[in-house]
Design a protein around this ligand. Sequence first.
Ligand code: HEM
Length: 488
Amino acid sequence: MLSCVCGISLYFPIFGYLSKLHGSYGPVVRLWLGPTQLLVSVKDSSVIKELLTKAEDKLPLTGRTYNLACGKLGLFISSFEKVKSRRESLKLFLDEKLSVGSIGSSFKIIQVVLDRIDSIIARDFLDCRSFSQHMAFNIVGSALFGDAFFDWSDASAYEELMMTVAKDACFWASYPLTPFWKPDYRRYRAQCAQLKILTQVIVTKSRNQNGVLSFIDHSSHQRSERTINDPCRGVSHVDGVISRPLNEAAEGPLSSEEEICGNIMGLMLHGISTCANLIGNILTRFALYPNLQCQLHSEIVADCSELSELKLDDVLRMKFLLATVCESARLLPAGPLLQRCSLQQDVNLNSSITIPAGAILVVPLYLVQMDTSTWGDDACQFNPNRFLEKNINLEEILGTAHKGSNGINLFTNECDETESFLPFGSGSRACVGQRFAILGIAMLIASLLRSYEVQPHPALSKEMESLVDSNSLHHLPNPKIILKRRSI
Ligand code: HEM
C-alpha cells in the first residue's frame, strides 16, 4: 500500500499531500488554501456518500472549462439547479439506448470499425492510445447521432479537433483573466469555434436523416415497442426513433440551438476522453497479461456462439468481462480527486460537521479505491475476481435495473455496499453515462477478443515485461499493439 501511494504521489503531488494529512488527522481533513478558501477532503466511505449527495454543485472552474470550450451549455456546469433536468432526460435517453432490442444498433458501430481494422492491421501495428480514442469516439458519437454518424465525411476531422480541444480545455480555463492577447489562446478559441460548426453540421445531419420517423411521438416505451416489433423496419429505424430523445435530452424544455450544440460538445469531450482512457488501460493489460485475455476469451466463447451476433444479453452474462472493466476503472479513475461544492448553502453532515458554502470539497479517489480495509491487502493489484466475490456486489456496482436473460438483476438502484467504488462518482452529480460506458466498453472488448488476440509489438515486449509486476500500472505506457486475427 505504501509503495503504491508513494508511486502515485510522484504524479499527483496533491494526492500525496492529502494522503499524509489523512494519515495524521483521520478521514475528514480541513485545509485553509487562503484566508477565504477552505478545502475539505473526505476519505471515510459513509461520509463520502452523504457528502456527494448533499453537495450538489461542481467547482466553478469545471463549469468555466466546459463553457470556454463549448459555449452555453446545460450539463457539466457548476450549478446543480441548472443541470438537473438535462441530467434526467439524458439518463432516459441513454437507458433507452441500452434497452433490450436497441442494443444491437447502439453498438453496431463497433463491428463497423472493427471491420475497417483488418485493412489497417494488415500493414503494421496500432498505437494503443489512438485506437482507444477512435473506438471511444465512435461509440459515443454513434450513440448520440445514430446512423448519421456512420457515413459522415468530416468524422476524422471532428475527432482530431475534439481531442485537441479536450487536451487544452483545462489549461485555458484556469486563467483567471482571459488571455486574449496570447496567440495560442486565440488559436484554441478558433478550434473551439470550428468544433462548434462541425457539431452543428452533424446535429443537423442526424436530425434530417432521422426526421422521417418524427411522426412517432408517443411515450418512449411505446416508441421502442412499436419499432422493435415491426420487422419491416431496419436497425437504422430503431436508431432514428431513439435519436428523437437525443434532442429532448440535449434540448430540455427551453433550449436554444446554441445550448443543444454545447451540451453535445460537452458530452463528446467528456465521454470520449474518459472512455478512451479506460479502453486503453484494458488493452494495455491484455498486452501485459496474455492469461487475462485467454480467460476472457473462454468466457466470451462460452456465452456467445461463434456465428451469432453479439448481444447485450450475452455481455450481461459475461461476469468476468464486466468485472475486468470495473476493476480497470477502479485502478484508473478519471482524475485523482472527485470535486464538489455547495455554492449557496452550508452542508451539514450527520457526523455533525458543518461545511461552509463555497468550500472546495474533494474525495481523494486513489486513497478510497485503494484502501486496504475495503479492498483487501491486494488493493493496489489488478484482480477482477474481487468483483465476483460475495462481499463486493458486481450487480450493485453496475447500478440501475436491467435484467439480463439469465434472470439475474445485474443492475439495481440500491448500491449500499459500493460507496468505495467511485470512478464514476456518486450522488447528485454522479456520471450519467456509467452504465452506458461500462456496457459499451464491455461490448467492444467482447467483439474485439472474439476475433483478435492483442499482442504487444515485439520491439516493446522487453520494456513491457519490466512493468508486469510493478505498481506503476496506473500510469500504463502507450504500447504499440498488434491485433492478430484468431484462427477459427
Ligand atoms: C469510462 C467512462 C466514464 C467515466 C470514468 C466517467 C466519469 C465521470 C465522473 C467521475 C463524473 C463526475 C461524477 C461526480 O462528480 O460524482 C462524471 C459525470 C458525468 N458523466 Fe461521465 N464518465 C464516463 C463516461 C461517460 C459517458 C459515455 C457519458 C455520456 C455520453 C457521460 C456523461 C456524464 C455526465 C452527463 C456527467 C454529469 C454532468 C453533470 O452533472 O453536470 N460519462 N463522469
